[in-house]
Ligand binder design. Structure first.
Ligand SMILES: Nc1ncnc2c1ncn2[C@@H]1O[C@H](COP(=O)(O)OP(=O)(O)O)[C@@H](O)[C@H]1O
Ligand SMILES: [Mg+2]
Length: 403
């Protein structure tokens, strides 16, 4: 058991009922609410006169919100105090502007008292130990697969990356963090006999044996910790549980792959924080590219090391009319991996057999092996293996070569 030190928090409320927000705050003795402020001036004054560990800005998350002004002024007045945005929604644009203004973290409101406390402890720990995150890691590499929107191929990438890594004899755990609509079970064809929800309900402390009881086994040896079967069960999965799972799993696997829902939810942010690597998946259309760019910028604002972010461009066929040059111009960098559109992919998803297994000779499978090789330090793949029977020929596909 770690002894938690007292957190002295200030809460600025903008556009929400301040009594409701106050009631939502932790009420244990190790939490001290220094005050509730309204507007920029009062917040800045309080920050300058009191000893504040963390500032929460509770707001509705709309883009024109005065909360952005509060964040900006508070950050200027007290740059060492971490600012957590507690927002009833998290539209992409708002989150980005909040990070730009100086926010260090965000959590959705409402939130359980425990989760709130955890988000605050994390933000404080991050400030005091800035730059030390890597040192706390155990053995496994934690690869968090992200994408700004649904349908870009995150789950496809997570599952095939997990299989490709397992085929190199690595010990792999895949965790489905799309807690409401997770479909890793379908993609891998694993029966959802036990899920994270059962683990959450099991009570007691978590150790490796217990975790092993709640993971499903895929034929390739990949262990799978499934998302709850129903959306209403998602709220049972706390950030603490997730943190414990990751801590324990790190000592027993070579790789942990986290599949995520679109956007930066609290689970996703804490997994990004704990991760050693990120895979950002975007597709080749202008809207998705714009959102991918926003996602990359958000990671930059979170101070994520850019060299640890692998960029995957899915459905990377040139016939959509966007050139390689356009892609690099929009994203500001070269994608690392290109995955072709392939009609075998939806078929593989429907059959619950990842394309790395169902069509091992396809370009798509080769792309996933190439992605895995970025993490295993295998000899770089310079040319995809033999072209199989897939619908996507070599023509029309973006460069598959690695630089
Ligand atoms: N390269 C591709 N070629 C053909 N179909 C694809 C490709 N990438 C994804 N899909 C299809 O798009 C759907 C969404 O992919 P998925 O991985 O579930 O996205 P996400 O997890 O980002 O929401 C899946 O049904 C999948 O079959
Ligand atoms: Mg998905």
């Amino acid at each position: 058991m770690t002894v938690e030190r007292t957190i002295r928090a200030l809460v600025a409320v903008e556009g929400l009922d301040s009594l409701d927000v106050q009631r939502a705050m932790p009420d244990d003795p190790s939490f001290q609410l220094l005050g509730m402020t309204d507007g920029v001036d009062e917040t800045v004054r309080t920050l300058q006169t009191r000893d504040v560990d963390v500032l929460l800005v509770a707001c509705a998350g709309t883009e024109d919100d005065r909360s952005l002004q509060i964040i900006d002024s508070a950050h200027r007045a007290a740059p060492s105090v971490p600012i957590i945005v507690l927002s009833t929604s998290s539209p992409n644009g708002f989150l980005r502007r909040a990070f730009e203004a100086g926010a260090s973290d965000m959590a959705l409101y409402p939130q359980t008292k425990d989760q709130l406390r955890f988000v605050m402890s994390k933000a404080i720990a991050r400030t005091t130990r800035a730059g030390e995150m890597n040192g706390a890691r155990g053995e496994a590499r934690l690869i968090c697969v992200l994408g700004p929107k649904g349908g870009t191929g995150k789950t496809l990438t997570s599952c095939n990356l997990a299989v490709a890594l397992a085929l190199t004899s690595a010990r792999v755990l895949i965790i489905d963090l799309d807690l409401q609509f997770g479909d890793v079970a379908l993609c891998l064809g694993v029966p959802p006999e036990k899920t994270m929800y059962d683990l959450a309900l099991s009570g007691g402390s978590l150790d490796h044996d217990k975790l092993a009881d709640y993971v499903m086994k895929h034929d390739t040896g990949v262990d799978v910790l499934l998302a709850p079967a129903r959306p209403d069960q998602a709220s049972a999965i706390t950030i603490e549980l997730l943190r414990d799972v990751l801590t324990i799993a790190r000592g027993h696997y070579d790789f942990i792959i986290a599949d995520t829902p679109p956007g930066f939810t609290a689970e996703v942010i804490s997994t990004i924080d704990a991760s050693s690597d990120l895979v950002m998946v975007g597709t080749l259309d202008s809207l998705s590219l714009k959102n991918t760019k926003l996602g990359l910028e958000t990671l930059q604002l979170m101070d994520y090391d850019e060299s640890k972010i692998q960029l995957v461009l899915n459905r990377a066929d040139t016939r959509v009319g966007i050139s390689h040059h356009d892609v690099v111009a929009v994203l500001g960098r070269e994608p690392n991996i290109f995955i072709p559109s392939d009609r075998e992919i939806p078929r593989a998803v429907n059959e619950g057999v990842p394309i790395t297994l169902s069509r091992p000779q396809s370009y798509a499978a080769a792309s996933f092996h190439e992605l895995a090789a970025l993490f295993t330090d295998d000899a770089p793949v310079t040319e995809p293996v033999a072209v199989g029977s897939t619908s996507s020929g070599r023509k029309g596909l973006f460069r598959l070569r690695r630089k």
